[in-house]
Design a binder for this molecule. Structure first.
Ligand SMILES: [Zn+2]
Length: 412
């Protein structure tokens, strides 16, 4: 087992948290802003300090490589993202990048060589707030997104992604794709949900990422005077929409304990106290680890919407706007993370991630796995986000030892 330096871990976390800090102690380090550039510069300095060979690719992903003893062995990739939401917390993906850094510092301190090279990575624009889509750097790298298309994405001020990469000095020369086959990818991230905090577990062993269906429903009724239109003459788009909003909760409950369903956005027109609602556009969103359940949720919400439209005499249009398949992480990675955490004496909880992560993309090109750190009260994307140093350390120690186990330490 490899020992991390707890003080250095805290110091690294504290250093990065001082870049892009907001008045309330959170972070505003959106992708390719000056703050993101400063965080990248800081990361690059640490990689160089650890003696790693740094390379930057064409979508701005930053890699540091620590060579292994076998020139033919495939690398183990470890990392996460340093960018944040506009009003995010200091842990999020940054903890994963810092833990990967601490891993290489600790290997250096202990003079441990590994058979496989170890690479540390900071992925570009995981959050997807300034430029969409999120998970952009890892998406290009695995071939899910086209580089040239992503270069043309713009922020709210119309600035192109490629121009911003160049402006901050991170339009790299390495092609944005794997330069060789990889052995595995491991990522530490805060859970962003309450399950670990509400259990007695110290670390989360992530088994996969849930699938998603998002869609939009539009009910077209008839806007009319609310004082003069008798109740039985009404075609009220909002009444149909309200039925669907409550149906979404029932559908989620009926499909399984892991299913979550949400109507997060409703747009009522004309939205006046004195007018029967003529048109309502609303969204649905379901997530579940099982793609069959996702498909059933979509079918059921559309069926409920049709029934609601019939009852109220309004027209319905619908569209599924996004669907992502669930991702199962590689057994080898899940088992390694679990076994290492057990050997370290930590109590583990196996869970699926309800949020998307770069690891989800990586799973299409290599064996991928994740470690979750406890999020106190499940709060994230907020200055209130908090993970105790003990929980940061437990997750970092698990990540580091899982990576070393996969990288095969050289013993003589
Ligand atoms: Zn994140």
């Amino acid at each position: 087992m490899i020992d991390l330096d707890r003080e250095r871990l805290v110091e690294l976390m504290t250093e990065q948290a001082e870049i892009g800090t907001t008045a309330d102690g959170g972070l505003d380090r959106q992708a390719l802003t000056d703050a993101d550039r400063d965080a990248r510069d800081w990361f690059r300095d640490r990689l160089e300090e650890a003696g790693l060979e740094v390379r930057i690719d064409a979508i701005g992903n930053v890699f540091g490589r620590r060579e292994g003893t076998d020139p033919d062995a495939a690398p183990i990739l470890v990392g996460s993202h340093l960018d944040s939401q506009p009003n995010g917390g200091i842990y999020d993906g940054a903890l994963g990048v810092v833990a990967a850094l601490e891993l290489v510092f600790a290997l250096n301190d202990a003079g441990i060589e590994t058979v496989h090279p170890i690479e540390v990575v900071d992925w570009t624009n995981e959050e997807g707030t300034r430029f969409q889509p999120g998970l952009q750097g890892s998406g290009v790298w695995v071939g899910e997104y086209d580089l040239e298309t992503q270069y043309e994405t713009t922020d709210a001020e119309g600035r192109r992604l490629e121009d911003e990469l160049e402006r901050i000095g991170y339009l790299g020369e390495t092609p944005a794709e794997p330069q060789e086959p990889y052995e595995a990818y491991l990522e530490l991230h805060v859970e962003q949900g309450p399950r670990l905090d509400r259990s007695s577990a110290d670390v989360g062993v992530v088994t996969g990422v849930v699938g998603i269906t998002w869609g939009e429903l539009t009910f077209q009724g008839e806007a009319n005077h609310s004082g003069t239109t008798p109740m039985h003459y009404r075609n009220d788009a909002l009444v149909a929409a309200a039925d669907v909003a409550t149906a979404v909760r029932r559908i989620a409950a009926s499909l399984g304990s892991d299913t979550v369903g949400t109507v997060g956005s409703v747009d009522v027109a004309p939205n006046s106290i004195n007018v029967v609602p003529g048109e309502v556009t609303m969204t649905w969103g379901f997530r579940d680890p099982d793609d069959g359940v996702i498909e059933r949720a979509r079918e059921e919400v559309v069926a409920e919407a049709n029934r609601a439209a019939d009852r109220e005499g309004v027209a319905l249009e619908y569209e599924e706007t996004m669907r992502t398949s669930s991702v199962d992480f590689a057994d080898r990675c899940v088992e390694t993370v679990d076994a290492v955490a057990e050997d370290l004496g930590y109590e583990r909880l196996r869970l699926e991630s309800g949020a998307g992560h770069d690891a989800m993309h990586l799973a299409s090109v290599t064996d991928a796995g994740m470690v979750f750190a406890v999020s106190e009260d499940g709060v994230s994307h907020s200055p209130e986000e908090y993970t105790s140093w003990d929980d940061c350390y437990a997750a970092a120690e698990t990540l580091a030892n899982a990576a070393v186990r996969l990288a095969e330490p050289v013993t003589d």
